[in-house]
Design a protein around this ligand. Sequence first.
Ligand SMILES: NC(=O)c1ccc[n+]([C@@H]2O[C@H](COP(=O)([O-])OP(=O)(O)OC[C@H]3O[C@@H](n4cnc5c(N)ncnc54)[C@H](OP(=O)(O)O)[C@@H]3O)[C@@H](O)[C@H]2O)c1
Length: 231
Amino acid sequence: MPNILITGATGFIGSHLVKFFAKNNYHIIAHGSSADSISNLKENLKTYNIGLENIKFWQQNFLDKEWDYPDFSDIETIIHCAAITKVREGTLENYNKYFNMNVLATKSLARKALEEKVKHFIYLSTGQVFGIPASFPITEATPKNPINLYGMTKLMGEKVVVSLGYYGLNYTIIRPFSIYGEDHHNIISIIVDKLSNNETVTIFGDGTQTRAYLHVSYFCSAVRLINNNIE
Ligand SMILES: NC(=O)c1ccc[n+]([C@@H]2O[C@H](COP(=O)([O-])OP(=O)(O)OC[C@H]3O[C@@H](n4cnc5c(N)ncnc54)[C@H](OP(=O)(O)O)[C@@H]3O)[C@@H](O)[C@H]2O)c1
């Protein structure tokens, strides 16, 4: 089975992708920024009965100036999940961190993928690149007007990937909206926990707010379909 490098494998979506592809007998390099987060990932895999035989680990803080890359010779696909994802922390003080991580680190990795002739670079962007659209449904033609630093730097990350496409990088950009699932604390898990405990659920606003949610298992299957079109 093909070899896949998953960056941000210690995060919510990345860890589910590791479990999904490991169950489907892929060989994986799972990336995380620190020894602690990688050790947490290993524990998480254990609780899901995922063996580590086909998984190697790559620890690298992408904010470091110099990177130690793993052996790229067998990597066919990179799924680039690593990012700074917190919308609310996108302050001016954090500007460099967001830019260096979501734009420059994406550039370094995508460029390395091109140089190493990796077959497919999959970049996880975000629905946040659209900002607040003037009309629905959102389509690919909807103007991209992000309203926060997270969305803006993810959009810049897209542009970096597209620009390397001019030199031959084979890429796919995915713009997920809200993903939910096990091991993630968000509105869905909060509501489910409260209802399971017979607690009152407080909804802010007038209750007419809508958001598009996708379970992480469907997202993982979609990533595999996208990748299969290239394999
Ligand atoms: N979750 C969603 O609903 C959603 C929606 C749209 C788009 N996305 C996109 O999907 C991707 C994954 O999202 P997620 O929810 O899984 O995010 P997450 O749980 O916040 O995970 C972020 C990942 O990025 C890594 N990372 C952060 N700073 C790093 C650094 N300095 N060096 C190296 N790695 C670093 C983290 O590694 P450590 O834990 O090892 O530090 C972690 O593995 C992101 O690109 C995000 O923009 C997510």
